[in-house]
Ligand binder design. Sequence first.
Ligand SMILES: Cc1cc2nc3c(=O)[nH]c(=O)nc-3n(C[C@H](O)[C@H](O)[C@H](O)COP(=O)(O)OP(=O)(O)OC[C@H]3O[C@@H](n4cnc5c(N)ncnc54)[C@H](O)[C@@H]3O)c2cc1C
Length: 548
Amino acid sequence: MNNGKNDVSEVLDAVIVGAGFSGLYMLIRLRELGLKCAVIEKGGDVGGTWYWNRYPGARCDIDSVDYCYSFSPKLLKEWRWTERFATQPEILRYLEFVAKTFDLKRDIRFSSTVLSAEFDENADTWLVSTSYGERIEAKYLVMAVGNLSEPKRPDIQGADQFIGNELHTSKWPKDGVDFTGCEVGIIGTGSSGIQAIPLIANQAKHLYVFQRTPNYSMPARNAPLEPNYIEEVLADFEKRRETSRRSDAGTPFPPSNKATFEVSDEERSAMFEAGWKRGGINSLSYAFNDFFTDEIANQEAQNFARKKIQEIVHDPITAKSLSPIHHIGTKRTCVDTNYFETYNRENVTLVDLRSDPIQEITPHGVTTKSRNIKLDSLVYAVGFDAVTGALNAINIVGRGGQRLRDAWNDGPATYLGLMVSGFPNMFLVTGPGSPGVLSNMVVSIEQHIDWIAGAIEHLNSRSFTRIEASSDAQDQWVAHVNELAEGTLYPQATSWYLGSNITGKARVFMPYVNGCGNYRSECEAVVRDGYRGFQLTTGSFIQQREDA
Ligand SMILES: Cc1cc2nc3c(=O)[nH]c(=O)nc-3n(C[C@H](O)[C@H](O)[C@H](O)COP(=O)(O)OP(=O)(O)OC[C@H]3O[C@@H](n4cnc5c(N)ncnc54)[C@H](O)[C@@H]3O)c2cc1C
């Protein structure tokens, strides 16, 4: 049955776009509801982030035992992580294991890109077109497209001229790259660059690091996981996970109840030292509760981090160039193994682009204001069009012919980060306006998928054909998210959280900053109040059909 649309190739209950952590779990939940669905995935296999980002050093920066699903006792029983922070191959193996355990691949179409999705107001369905030529009609559309999945294009003059080996951390070749004997350049010192640089430096003849903005990075203190420790974690896993669900960052570690200046200078320094020794993304931010809100308090943590860089890096000029000046934590804090130590190597040169900017990429290397650098390989670690990039890459047309791209021209607007007014039956996973990128994303993903599955179950069991966020509820949510952000230091940084890394992108602080726990409570309250702020209706087409 295709409702008279001859070009429809298939009719399903739901289309899920993306086969990363989000898409895989969504497929499991929708199958449980008895829905007929398909996942459309651009990549050649499952994994999302962990399929694409195969650069040397790629690993998670949330403890592996927390950066995983919690919904399945079988997965918990049968999977064992080997390191505190798992490598990309291990996380990819985990997602392969999930796909196999639940026999997911039979409903996933790989190497196919969703190009457009148009809402049919008469039928209350989406018409989804793919690069494979499919035209799928589905009642629900779930955008599990990822927050960090649309790579930023390098906007440097001459970028297309380079005739050496051009590489992008987010599209790394499956078979790896051998840099032995090569002169290598890397542009970008965000999370990916900071993870890759020490390993590339180990192999390359010489590595030139082109740095525009220095970033704070905390030592990972990565180590193999002792079997006894894993068993201890698993024995109490549900409690640990529930703590994460109700926490700010989606992790099981309690936040500090102390303010920075409540303690003596010695005590403060000892607490920062303890965090630095413990390692991980929250090494310093967990020490005090005013880290993200008080400029002077934040300065204390900044001073500590800069002092560490100066202690590690031997050359004082390089150390100064590597020392960030923004409020710590307001751009994604990185986690590294031997990043700053790498600059003590003879074969590594930092090129500080603030004093020596790139003039152009040439066929044989990079020309800066002061010199020509010959390169065999050039690595771009320039990040993503974050949060909205993958959504805006699709031609999404909602009610009244409105395009999502146009609706979001001045910045993204959503209700709960889950739905957009004017785009009924389309769900976002960790969309703008949710804690997503500020959290352990697997915890946030599970919460969103469960919420979406609950909403779909609610609609189907009551024969509603349409759910849509009201524009009032959306406006109030956007105002709420902005107000929360204004109470912190976050909006002061030029970060990808704000869209500042993309030329022409509206500058709007996208994530919800009040923590996973508070956000979860807000989502739960909306459901308890009968899906407050959503309009649930039975569409005219269905009504007409039933009346006939
Ligand atoms: C290098 C790196 C390290 C990270 N480390 C951490 C970490 O330690 N902790 C943490 O919490 N988060 C981390 N993240 C964030 C990470 O993206 C999330 O944790 C998580 O993997 C997101 O899962 P997802 O399924 O929502 O999105 P993704 O994994 O990004 O998957 C989305 C999928 O959708 C596909 N897709 C997009 N558009 C289309 C389209 N039009 N048609 C078809 N398919 C499409 C993409 O190809 C992709 O496979 C990291 C991100 C990166 C890039």
